[in-house]
Design a protein around this ligand. Structure first.
Ligand SMILES: Nc1ncnc2c1ncn2[C@@H]1O[C@H](COP(=O)(O)OP(=O)(O)OP(=O)(O)O)[C@@H](O)[C@H]1O
Ligand SMILES: [Mg+2]
Length: 911
């Protein structure tokens, strides 16, 4: 995937409104700023606005529901077009009334599909407009949080850990910046970045001086100037080539294959029916209309509408269950989860960390230790950013442990002590080393370094700490408490001048332990049981200590098995790690990178992996997972990285989400199985009947009406209730099962059609209108009522109740069908009054049919092999997923139409 330097001439080619990224990579940072006519302080606001107007939004997708596009999709079916054309022809040469009726019914079908799909698109649009992806941009020299879609070439952007790079950037400055670029290059190892120019003509993977749109900040931070946005960026180009449609989930691919199967069957039937009718010397147009109507009846036109209606209804239901999905298809992803990696704090524990006690090095309670903890502390009172040692007043924010220290009972009385110290420098907490340090100057003139952090880290830097410290620690860990250690060192005059660095955290003296409590969440054991019952394997990824994590899991009834630590993960190769993950349930002392690597490795095993986390340290793992889950109260980076947001950090809520996802799948499957069995069988009978009857077994308009009524009843399927066993396992699409179902149940339904034919011909001695009416009513009744048998594997009604909406819709449709021949519309539609005994026969047939289907069902599902199909997700899936971050409610503008703004180079993109 290399991009050769296409510029050729003396000047680099201008991307749409910017500079070609490979050219920018080769220039010095200053040169790039000059070319983009910007400065390290960013663009002035009005210039940025002007550029946005010329260049267009930094977007690859639009989430505006477009009525015309939805309508066009309804009309795209060649079958419908052919049928409409034939109906028009028939209007001029043959039956005017019949052609008109066909027209009306067709319009109604299209309208039904349109209405439902459009409504679902509006729901998707509403979802998107709730979600904003933002980035930190310098404008007029001041930092601002902007929607990524508002970025223009020349903007200066700040990158933080866990960010998705919002555009193609030429880096101006970095601090240990590493990007994970697998969406672009396929390379999963993160790449180190530096602002030094690279030789011209390098491939994308070698552009170390650039951060590319769509890639993820894996470590460090940086600043860069936007070189290209939207479709002009490398990622944009790829995403646009994939087309604008939403990513196809495996489910959708399955649906498409299934539709194709039916279309083929329909084509074969149409051609042979048409041939038979022509051979039998029937009127040409009638034969054509008849066969086309049958084909329309078979093809599952409402399938997209049923799926999107199901998804849209699903989002509403999920929202009531406190789960927000960012895109409709995320619901399906939720249902597919095989493995859930979750963090510990707040998910498995209460998440309200409280201070328990401070222990001195001798193991006795010690105010001095607490005082040190308050000195080395990053909590601030909201609106009180420049606080000295410790916040003055008001609501505290900052690291949870630090806030808990300030809320400790003794903290207030220590305030006078603390005020005698001045904080000279601070080395903030980071998740890599798991410690923080401050340099403080005491009133007596001495300067002290205070380090507070994970005990493993701190004790390793206290040469004199002996067995006493370790046994104190072991006792606290074994009790499942969260512990940090505090240590100090006197600072010499010379050292005081330099800035603090992690290297200063050495030769420390152990000063004691701070012990915190975060009790297990009472609701967690039940939620874990539910997830296990749903076939979701839960694994815990935490930065906390192994003993603590294992104890917690054991307390919650989650057998910890072997506990892996960050060291184990580092020591293992990729294949070995895959094996280890298999055996382990708890991963302790893992860093943000470990979390991401574990998730990636698990995904490679072909499983659907979800990750739940809420910290900055969780963002890259959220990006790496198939489904990233975060919570409403999480840090922005985590919320931004997630696909699904829980309004409450609670595994129970997540279990609801999984069930909803599977519900939708189960209900769509009902529609599919219906379409393949009864509907397909009916149409098959029509084909057979037309071969031996001297007249058309049903008028084309009657077939269409029959189909329209049937479809209407099907639209209630997404509301149906779902049996527990239908949501008990992760869902997998299985075309083989569908095909077998069709071949088995289709013929059963045909048998009853032929029985009807016999009854109509030999019992009622029916002429064409009566014959057609009888079959119309029978086929509508059997093919709609069979839903009650197909919707469950249990005994219908007794063991599994349908939803009220489905019950009403189905019964209404059957009644309408039966009553139609009694209405004034009857002559127009070619119906005739049915004799009363017919309804007796109909009743018997429906009962016999449903009975036979019940028996068949039992046999079929006993014989059906369990589907064990794994899934392969294509790289395109991830590209699509990430492209969704760059979406706008407005129109997209891409490619040549855009004029570049760079003076003298506004030639638009070359290609
Ligand atoms: N403010 C702090 N000061 C010093 N040390 C801290 C601080 N916060 C956390 N630590 C130490 O770092 C360790 C890891 O904490 P971190 O918050 O990174 O874990 P995490 O992966 O988010 O865990 P969880 O799964 O519980 O959310 C803690 O166990 C503790 O020892
Ligand atoms: Mg956390």
């Amino acid at each position: 995937m290399s991009t050769p330097g296409t510029s050729g001439g003396t000047q680099p080619a201008t991307g749409a409104g910017g500079v070609e990224i490979t050219a920018a990579a080769a220039l010095t940072a200053d040169d790039v700023l000059v070319r983009l006519r910007t400065s390290p302080g960013g663009l002035p606001e009005d210039e940025a606005r002007r550029r946005l107007r010329t260049v267009g939004p930094n977007a690859l997708r639009t989430h505006r529901a477009r009525g015309l596009a939805v309508l066009a999709r309804q009309l795209r079916s060649p079958l419908l077009v052919l049928l409409a054309v034939t109906a028009v022809a028939s209007f001029f040469v043959g039956e005017r009334a019949d052609a008109l009726i066909i027209g009306v019914i067709l319009a109604a079908s299209v309208g039904l599909g349109f209405f439902n799909e459009y409504r679902a698109e509006r729901a998707a649009e509403a979802l998107h407009s709730q979600i904003r992806h933002r980035c930190l941009v310098l404008r007029d020299g001041r930092p601002r949080l902007l929607d990524v879609t508002d970025l223009v070439p020349g903007d200066v952007v700040e990158l933080r850990l866990g960010d998705v790079v919002p555009a193609d950037l030429r880096l101006l400055a970095v601090a240990d910046l590493e990007c994970e670029e697998s969406v672009l290059t396929g390379e999963s190892l993160p790449v180190a970045k530096s602002p030094e120019p690279v030789p011209e003509g390098e491939s994308l993977a070698e552009l170390a001086s650039c951060a590319l749109m769509g890639t993820v900040v894996h470590a460090g931070s940086g600043t860069g100037v936007v070189v290209a946005t939207g479709g002009a960026a490398e990622f944009g180009r790829i995403a646009l080539q994939l087309g604008e449609r939403h990513p196809e989930t495996e489910f959708q691919v399955g649906l498409r294959k299934f539709s194709l199967l039916l279309v083929r069957v329909a084509a074969a039937l149409t051609v042979s029916i048409f041939a038979i009718n022509v051979v039998l010397d029937r009127p040409f147009i009638d034969a054509l209309l008849f066969s086309l109507a049958i084909a329309v009846g078979i093809s599952p036109q409402l399938l997209p509408a049923v799926v999107s209606t199901g998804l849209a209804a699903g989002t509403r239901r999920l929202a009531r269950h406190k789960v927000l999905v960012k895109r409709l298809v995320c619901i399906e992803d939720l249902g597919d989860i095989d493995v859930l990696f979750t963090d510990k704090t707040g998910t498995l524990t209460e998440g309200r960390i409280t201070f328990a006690r401070a222990l001195g090095p001798d193991g006795r309670p010690s105010d001095e230790t607490l005082e040190l903890g308050l000195l080395c502390n990053e909590a601030v009172a909201a609106g009180d950013e420049d606080a000295g040692p410790g916040p003055a007043s008001g609501m505290l924010t900052g690291p949870a442990l630090d806030v808990a220290l300030w809320e400790a009972p003794g903290a207030g009385t220590l305030r006078p002590e603390l005020e005698r110290c001045r904080r000279l420098d601070i080395l903030p907490f980071d998740h890599q080393r798991r410690a923080a340090s401050v340099m403080v100057r005491r009133e007596d003139g001495g300067t002290t370094l205070v380090t507070k952090g994970a005990p493993e880290y701190v004790l390793a830097r206290c040469p004199a700490a002996g067995g006493q410290a370790r046994s104190m620690l072991e006792a606290e860990f074994a009790a499942g408490n969260r512990v940090v250690a505090v240590a100090t060192r006197q600072i010499t005059e010379g050292e005081r001048q330099g800035a603090l660095s992690p290297a200063d955290e050495r030769d420390l003296t152990f000063r004691g332990l701070l012990v915190f409590l975060d009790p297990p969440k009472p609701s967690a054991p039940h939620a874990l049981e539910r997830l296990t019952a749903l076939g979701v394997t839960v694994k815990v990824l935490t930065g906390d200590n192994a003993t603590v994590a294992a104890k917690l899991c054991a307390d919650l009834g989650l057998p910890p098995g072997r506990v892996l630590t960050g060291h184990d993960v580092d020591a293992a190769g990729d294949d070995e790690l895959a094996g280890l993950i298999e055996q382990a349930t708890v991963f302790a002392r893992v860093s943000p990178e470990h979390k991401a690597r574990i998730v990636r490795t698990q995904r490679r095993a072909g499983l659907d992996v979800a990750f739940l986390g809420d910290g900055v340290n969780d963002a890259i793992a959220l990006h790496a997972a198939d489904v990233g889950i975060s919570v409403e109260t999480a840090t922005d980076v985590a919320k931004d990285a997630a696909d699904v947001l829980l309004l409450e950090k609670n595994l129970d809520i997540l279990a609801d989400g999984v069930v909803q996802g599977r519900r939708i799948f189960a209900n769509t499957m009902k529609y599919v199985l219906m379409g393949t069995s009864s509907n397909f069988g009916n149409m098959f009978s029509a084909a057979g009947a037309s071969a031996f009857l001297p007249f058309l077994p049903m008028l084309p308009s009657q077939i269409l009406l029959n189909n329209l009524l049937y479809d209407t009843s099907q639209l209630a399927i997404p509301t149906d209730t779902v049996d527990a066993e239908q949501v008990a396992r992760p869902t997998r699409w299985d075309v083989r099962l569908i095909r077998r179902f069709m071949l088995f149940f289709g013929p059963i339904s045909s048998v009853f059609d032929f029985v009807t034919f016999g009854i109509m011909l030999w019992v009622f001695h029916a002429g064409p209108p009566l014959f057609r009416t009888g079959w119309f009513v029978e086929s509508l009744a059997t093919q709609t009522l069979v839903i009650f048998a197909i919707r469950t594997r249990r005994i219908p009604f007794f063991r599994s109740r349908p939803s009220l909406a489905l019950l009403l819709a189905t019964l209404t449709v059957v009644t309408v069908g039966a009553v139609l021949p009694l209405t004034p519309l009857a002559p127009l539609l070619g119906f005739q009054l049915l004799p009363a005994p017919f309804f007796l026969a109909l009743g018997l047939m429906v009962v016999a049919y449903l009975g036979l289907i019940e028996a068949g069902k039992r046999w079929f599902f006993r014989a059906a092999p369990p589907s064990a199909a794994g899934r392969e997700r294509t790289p395109a899936h991830r590209t699509h997923r990430r492209a969704h971050r760059f979406t706008t409610a407005g129109a997209l503008r891409h490619g040549r139409r855009r004029a570049g703004f760079t003076a003298g180079r506004g030639r638009g993109r070359r290609r």
